[in-house]
Write a protein that binds this ligand. Structure first.
Ligand code: SAM
Length: 323
């Protein structure tokens, strides 16, 4: 399909009524479970692996940006789509000075705030706010004083794809990422791999009416076989014990890169999760971290089932630098 370089600017905004509400309700209604129950999750191997990939990404790209921060004691991070605060410990280990965190799901935001408030030791200052950061600016919830010192890192983990419902939302998201990120700062994240999802869609039998694929751990269902818009290309995502058929959108990489460039953001890293694994499994620090995070045992044997492995590999990790 041929695409004009800037054709998203010409497209009228097409909203899918009710999708945002489904996403918000889904995340607000997911109960916060304790450590014990978390360990008993049927997809604990997958969850641990995802956390390991995020730790590698934060260490490889977040730490250097934080270390070169102009602020006296390490740096400042914005976590957009912070969820229940699953990355707070990772940022604590990065010895940041301050974090601002937002998410559209207000219940999750309260859980993240509580998690931070009960962290021992509590190593950094943090402010949390409920915000739809794909339609509203950070200034809606943070004061000019809170935003005065620019961010060294902006992190968007497993959440950016919801912004690609419309070009306007993707632009608002990028505006929020870039506006308060210092030059030389890093924007990092994790997102489903559009190329892989669309290749899997193409592999479905030509006469199949069911446009879904996956296994007992995850399932992706498209509604359309041929139409491939750059925005609003919706599919439904199911992940066992985590996500119940929530609408998500394809993030076409070249389109994302091209848009990001208009906000001074340039890609420095893009890898599929299995590549992150293969490249770092022998790295001394990350190998030890894998054992500590129960991604594998001391012999290097993975704690993930094959079906979980297939599910984690629909994602890519990325990093952009602000210039
Ligand atoms: N980043 C967290 C993590 O890695 O654990 C949470 C990831 S969760 C899969 C996706 C998150 O994106 C949810 O918490 C959801 O509420 C949030 N989200 C979706 N749309 C959003 C929006 N418009 N503005 C802010 N957050 C949004």
């Amino acid at each position: 399909q041929s695409r004009e370089p800037d054709d998203y600017q010409e497209r009228p905004a097409k909203r899918h009524a009710g999708d945002v509400e489904m996403v918000v309700d889904h995340y607000n209604l997911r109960p916060e479970v304790g450590v014990k129950q978390r360990k008993e999750s049927p997809i604990i191997g997958l969850k641990n692996f995802n956390n390991w990939v995020k730790s590698v990404l934060i260490t490889q790209f977040g730490h250097p940006a934080l270390a070169s921060s102009s602020s006296k004691k390490r740096g400042k991070v914005l976590d957009m789509g912070c969820g229940k605060g699953g990355d707070l410990i990772k940022w604590g280990k990065a010895r940041i000075r301050e974090m601002l965190a937002v998410d559209i799901a207000h219940v999750s935001v309260e859980q993240a705030r509580h998690r931070w408030a009960t962290m021992r030791p509590r190593r950094f200052d943090a402010s949390f706010a409920a915000l739809d950061c794909y339609t509203e600016p950070l200034t809606k919830v943070f004061t000019p004083e809170q935003l005065a010192q620019p961010f060294d890192v902006v992190s968007m983990q497993f959440c950016m794809h919801y912004a690609f419902e419309t070009a306007q939302k993707a632009r608002c998201m990028l505006e929020n990422v870039s506006e308060w990120l210092r030059p030389g700062g890093i924007f990092l994240g994790t997102v489903p791999n559009a190329d892989q999802l669309l290749a899997r869609l193409d592999q479905l039998p030509a006469d199949s009416e069911d446009l879904s694929f996956g296994n007992s751990v995850y399932k992706i269902r498209f509604e359309e076989r041929t139409s491939r818009p750059l925005f609003g290309h919706r599919y439904y995502f199911y992940l066992r014990d985590a996500v119940d058929n929530v609408p998500e959108y394809i993030v076409e990489w070249d389109n994302f890169v091209q848009m990001a460039a208009q906000y001074g953001l340039h890609p420095v890293f893009k890898k599929e999760f299995h590549e992150v694994f293969e490249e770092n499994r022998e790295h001394e620090d990350f190998k030890q971290l894998m054992v500590r995070m129960n991604v594998c045992d001391a012999t290097g044997a993975s704690s993930m089932e094959d079906e979980e492995w297939e599910a984690v590999n629909i994602y890519i990790a990325f990093a952009f630098e602000k210039r």
